[in-house]
Design a protein around this ligand. Structure first.
Ligand code: KG4
Ligand code: ZN
Length: 338
């Protein structure tokens, strides 16, 4: 079964062809990063307009690179949420229009669930229960995965997403957007113990996270340093990265202990961070840690197509043209607290 995946939930316009939920035939991503750099974050209206410009050419390139004609496509999968509503609308409407005119089904899938599938494109023998960790510019979620399609939310951020914190701290240090890769690179030259930073904890909710206090501490430190040398900037980047990553790693260790899970699936832009990966390997030496390959950590349509394949297998039917995009689309719900 050949699935065309379409992704437009934030600032990447992407299309991909995936065979049987596993084999990537093409994976085209048109990033808008350069466009949003001067705003130091994603400017929603600018993102929407660029999606309109890019989406058809991106789909055409994906078909060409895969050497697939439109008659060979069996299903269209598209991210229906969560994300920027106007941006989602463009991908969803294109998927609906193509589904109608090509007379093939389409399925709208959850973008966060798709990030978990990115790791499964390379590792398909997962033992459940597993812990899912989505760490990106828009999301920070810890999930218990009983089986694919069955999720319980264990913890989430109460303020900024972790990637957003990387982006904001990068901006304070006058580093380019997106900040994650720039912080990681600068941090290699710095001392992670130079400043005592910590991410926040939430009383009686040990698996929740908070990054806004950490960001404010970095802001204060930058203001207090009368002369911000390159060495000090590197030390701040390294100390921030250590604090943010430790916050995630401690929650993952706790989540594994609580759920008895030995497998961890990670996804989202921040999961490409090598410092974080090393910390996780050190902290969970017995666990199976499944990271997506680097190009599948960030937003892409291969993960959408792979998930769409499985959703369609499960439901045995596509969605109706009535499906609407959803800015918020929770993946799992918190269990009732006693
Ligand atoms: O998954 P993604 O492309 O988009 C969302 O769905 O949000 O993630 C983008 C985020 C940005 O905030 C970016 O700074 C962060 O992931 N990021 C990183 C790294 N690469 C990307 N953060 C830390 N270290 C990295 N190497
Ligand atoms: Zn994403």
């Amino acid at each position: 079964m050949i699935v065309l995946g379409i992704e437009s939930s934030c600032d990447e316009t992407a299309a991909s062809l995936v065979q049987d939920g596993q084999k990537i035939l093409s994976n085209v991503v048109s990033s808008q990063q350069a466009l949003h750099r001067k705003y130091k974050g994603v400017f929603p209206e600018v993102a929407c307009r660029q999606h309109v410009e890019s989406i058809i050419p991106v789909i055409e390139i994906a078909l060409k690179e895969a050497d697939i004609s439109r008659e060979e496509i069996d299903l269209i999968a598209v991210a229906k949420g969560p994300g920027l509503i106007g941006a989602l609308l463009i991908g969803l409407n294109v998927a609906k229009a193509l589904s109608w005119s090509w007379d093939i089904p389409f399925v709208g899938v959850n973008h966060i669930e798709a990030h978990l599938y990115a790791a499964l494109l390379d590792h398909n023998e997962v033992v459940f229960p597993a812990v899912g960790v989505i760490i990106s510019g828009g999301h920070t979620q810890l999930l218990k995965i009983d089986t694919l399609g069955s999720y319980t939310l264990l913890g989430t951020t109460v303020d900024d997403a972790i990637g957003e914190a990387f982006d904001k701290v990068a901006s304070l240090l006058h580093l380019p957007y997106p900040g994650g890769p720039a912080i990681e690179e600068l941090a290699r030259k710095g001392n992670p113990d130079a400043y005592l930073f910590r991410s926040g904890q939430i009383k009686e909710r040990p698996l929740d996270l908070s990054f806004s206090g950490l960001k404010t501490r970095v802001l204060q430190t930058v203001k207090e340093e009368s002369h911000l040398t390159e060495k000090k900037k590197a030390d701040i980047a390294a100390s921030f990265q250590k604090a943010a990553c430790l916050g995630v790693v401690q929650r993952v260790v706790l989540a594994c202990a609580m759920t008895q899970a030995k497998t961890i699936l990670l996804g989202g832009g921040v999961s490409s961070n090598e410092y974080l990966r090393d910390l996780l390997y050190q902290s969970l030496p017995q666990a199976n840690l499944y990271f997506p390959r680097k190009e599948l950590c960030v937003d892409n349509a291969a993960m959408i197509a792979a998930l769409g394949f499985h959703v369609y297998q499960r439901n045995k039917q596509g969605d109706s043209l009535e499906v609407e995009p959803m800015a918020r689309l929770p993946l799992g719900v918190f269990p009732q607290r006693g």
